[in-house]
Design a protein around this ligand. Structure first.
Ligand code: CMC
Length: 440
């Protein structure tokens, strides 16, 4: 859809330096703030806009995910996240995100069949993996493995060929769980477990993570459902840092595996995918320092202007209301702890007590700081048996479908161009090199 056809109003920009005023179209999307179309600004005025961190900039057209931060609403292709998380499984959600509609039973079974039959990775990949140190961070390993896929599947690298894009999409969604499980098995020195086609996507992942050749692996449906929900909640989140990285990377025409590797690398950062790990670390520290009895002291520290301590898992750049994913994660947390007989888990009790106090505290209320998805997801993953270091790799696994859908959307958008931001140059102006012998 061309945004040329969506303009309804105009903005007039006037300049105090004598540059003639210009009119810029204002474009209206299906929902959300209108945008001022500045594409002709430079051509007509010789001026750029300045917006570090893209705080006021829409970088693309998109029809995949919509967030209303004030309402605390998250929609994938128009469907509320709570309906998807309670009525659909992850592969249905992947189908929706990729193709725009929920699958009917025949479409679902065909999609599941295609994904299931791409879960094995080239046998040579394990030798590539074995080149890493066993104590390497899983995200270092995953960045390498995702990029290495382009060396193993050269037949699906052409971004401009819809058929090749489709195959690489299925390969990436199918192989990420296998790679994450292999990275984990390698780190603990256990044998790799091959995928098993009679299991669901998520049950298969759990088996590849936790089975050993020594005994039969029993699938626990409650834990599988919890992990599946974690995947659904993390599947896409519009133009965040890693998604924008994937788009920018792929805008050069590179192959899909390389673009996803760039997304994995970006997600690794603690300000993005690493927050659930930080939240669990915080809960552990409060617990070690006295637990629930010390919450008051901790909150006072968070509120102290001179301290840098933050309540991890609280606050969000976009949500200024309860993150809808956090509510779902809290329900899942209850289910998992009940299933495992861990109702008295001290970290969960601590998290609930912290949440209650923070939600009633003027500091958090006035700043619209509410729990985000990371507040409970670490507790769930820890209870399932996922080591803390692997949390971000699980996030990458789940987000892969979102990255691919966004990449496909970009490539098929007639307005797509190679990403090329400009700059406000603050360096030295042109000068002449002094021969080295004359430099003081
Ligand atoms: N604890 C204590 N104070 C906070 C917190 C927090 N978690 N978050 C924000 N504030 C305060 C901040 O100190 C500031 O106060 P003041 O106006 O007095 O200076 C005010 O709230 C606004 O903060 P900000 O940093 O300008 O807000 P932001 O929108 O730039 O930050 C955030 C968003 C997520 C970086 C921040 O809320 C934060 O650091 N939260 C903790 C880390 C976290 O849980 N991150 C996970 C985000 S969800 C992951 C995802 O969706 O991918």
């Amino acid at each position: 859809m061309s945004s040329e056809h969506k303009g309804v109003h105009k903005a007039t920009v006037s300049f105090s330096d004598g540059t003639p005023a210009i009119e810029l179209p204002i474009l209206k999307g299906a929902s959300g703030p209108e945008v001022i179309d500045i594409r002709k600004l430079y051509g007509q005025t010789g001026k750029f806009t300045y917006d570090p961190g893209f705080l006021s900039t829409a970088s693309c057209n998109s029809s995949i995910t919509y967030i209303d931060g004030d309402k605390g609403e998250l929609l994938y292709r128009g469907y509320p996240i709570d309906q998807l998380a309670t009525q659909c499984d992850f592969l249905e959600t992947c189908y929706l995100i990729l193709y725009g509609e929920l699958p009917n039973p025949a479409q679902k079974s065909d999609f599941v069949h295609r994904v299931t039959h791409h879960t094995m990775v080239h046998e040579q990949l394990q030798f590539f993996l074995r080149g890493f140190r066993r104590d390497a961070h899983p995200m270092a390993v995953m960045t390498g493995l995702a990029g290495a896929l382009s060396a193993f599947y050269p037949d699906s690298m052409n971004l401009n060929d819809p058929h090749q894009r489709e195959i690489s999409a299925i390969r990436l969604i199918a192989k990420m769980p296998t790679l994450v499980a292999m990275a984990y098995k390698y780190s603990v020195g256990e044998p790799f477990v091959y995928p098993q086609n009679n299991l669901s996507y998520t049950a298969n992942f759990m088996r590849m993570m936790f089975a050993t050749p020594c005994e039969e692996y029993k699938v626990n449906d409650v834990l599988v459902r919890a992990m599946d929900r974690i995947f659904i909640l993390h599947a896409d989140h519009e133009q965040n840092a890693s998604t924008s990285t994937v788009r920018l990377c792929a805008s050069s025409g590179t192959n899909p595996f390389a673009a996803i590797a760039a997304g994995v690398a970006c997600l690794w950062g603690p300000a993005h995918g690493g927050a659930n790990e930080a939240c669990l670390t915080m809960l552990n520290e409060i617990q070690a320092n006295g637990g629930v009895a010390k919450i008051g002291e901790f909150i006072a520290n968070v509120k102290d202007k001179n301290s840098t301590v933050r309540l991890m898992g609280f606050g969000h750049r976009v949500y200024k209301n309860y993150d809808p994913r956090a509510k779902l994660m809290r329900d899942t947390c209850h289910e998992v702890l009940n299933e495992l007989g861990l109702q008295d888990d001290p970290l969960f009790k601590l998290a609930m007590a912290l949440e209650k106090i923070a939600l009633e505290d003027e500091y958090f209320v006035s700043r619209k700081l509410y729990p985000n998805v990371d507040f409970y997801s670490g507790i769930v993953q820890r209870a399932i048996g996922i080591p803390v270091q692997l949390f971000t790799a699980i996030f990458a696994l789940a987000r892969t479908v979102g990255w691919i859908a966004q990449l496909n959307e970009m490539i098929t958008d007639p307005e797509y161009k190679i990403g090329r931001p400009r700059q406000l140059y603050q360096g030295a102006i042109a000068r002449t090199v002094t021969p080295i012998a004359q430099r003081g």
